[in-house]
Write a protein that binds this ligand. Sequence first.
Ligand code: R1P
Ligand code: MN
Ligand code: MN
Length: 406
Amino acid sequence: MARVFLFVLDSFGIGGAPDAEAFGDLGADTLGHIAEFCAAGAGGRAGLREGPLQLPNMSALGLIHAARLATGRVPAGMPLPERVYGVYGAATEVSRGKDTPSGHWEITGTPVTFDWGYFPAEGDAFPPELVEAICREGGVPGILGNCHASGTDIIARHGEEHMRSGKPICYTSSDSVFQIAAHEQSFGLERLLEFCEIVRRLVDDYNIGRVIARPFVGDDPGNFTRTGNRRDYSVLPPEPTILDRLKDAGRTVHAIGKIGDIFAHQGVTRLTKANGNMALFDASLAAVEEAEEGDLVFTNFVDFDMLYGHRRDVPGYAAALEAFDARLPDLDRRLRPGDMVILTADHGCDPTWRGTDHTRERVPVLMFGPTLRSRSFGIADSFAHIGETVARHLGIAPGPHGRSLI
Ligand SMILES: O=P(O)(O)O[C@H]1O[C@H](CO)[C@@H](O)[C@H]1O
Ligand SMILES: [Mn+2]
Ligand SMILES: [Mn+2]
């Protein structure tokens, strides 16, 4: 028997997606551009970090080699290690969206081959009949926002009016999302979550992937802050994922962080929430102690994306990568024979790119464990192969969309 620890570094792309141009993302490269900025002295911030990007542990697991496979280039200032200890490669997404559910579902063996609904970037984002239904059924006097926006900008812009008027701040992005920001005290957290459930039902007709509650606190634009009480209301994955397949086989599926929400809780048997990458890492280490043979521990590290990628914060992203990398030896020490760790990502979010949206990129796939022999599998032509690698390692029947990489 064996155990698998599947860690998604949310948005940690490595460039090179063959279809990037169709997304307006030709040349986007989250790792490559962070490394380039750091090597050029533009990735530092006083008191946070300085100098070239240093990821010695992920490099030893094949990260730099995977990046070279993805783009043909070695990230600036990051030496290629002489020895690699992991099974490594890059993976190309086949799903039609570059959003979080598409990426995660494909990683678990289920690519998204249909088109999501999206709201337009020009003019009002939401159709008037939808706004009218939301106000009527949700009992609010109107909405603010009604546009594509960055979540932190829009609460700075509309937060005070929201607190005065009771109108929730509704916005979207190039993803298939309806996001709702509201103040935890003046609007109320419970009320926001109930409101999101109403909106979830109403946007089903528009084929929208997620409604996201974005609660915040503070009393003026200078100190409005989003809290860890974010909640995502996703539609169900289109087919059973490896989570369902493992659950059906009687295994425990530990979902840590956003994973439960991303899968609309399908196939999840144990849920752990934690706020921030380091707390998520702590929770994952606790699961290493608890998980039994045959189990999957599945963690999403959201800070890379939410706090640094979308905010286009290169020093922040670099520091978060370095902090994550520094925790890997502790994880490695706790592994048992037969354990396999997989580090990967769901899409890119290049912090040097125009706008604030995700970027279409390939992702790294770094696999390691006490009994895994080092080698490269090259470029996998779907994230679904990752899920089938998990299935094979845990000894469950193969699925239809991929094949094991080891
Ligand atoms: O700018 P914020 O609110 O972080 O929004 C981002 O978060 C959403 C979900 O990941 C993305 O679609 C993007 O719009
Ligand atoms: Mn994501
Ligand atoms: Mn995101």
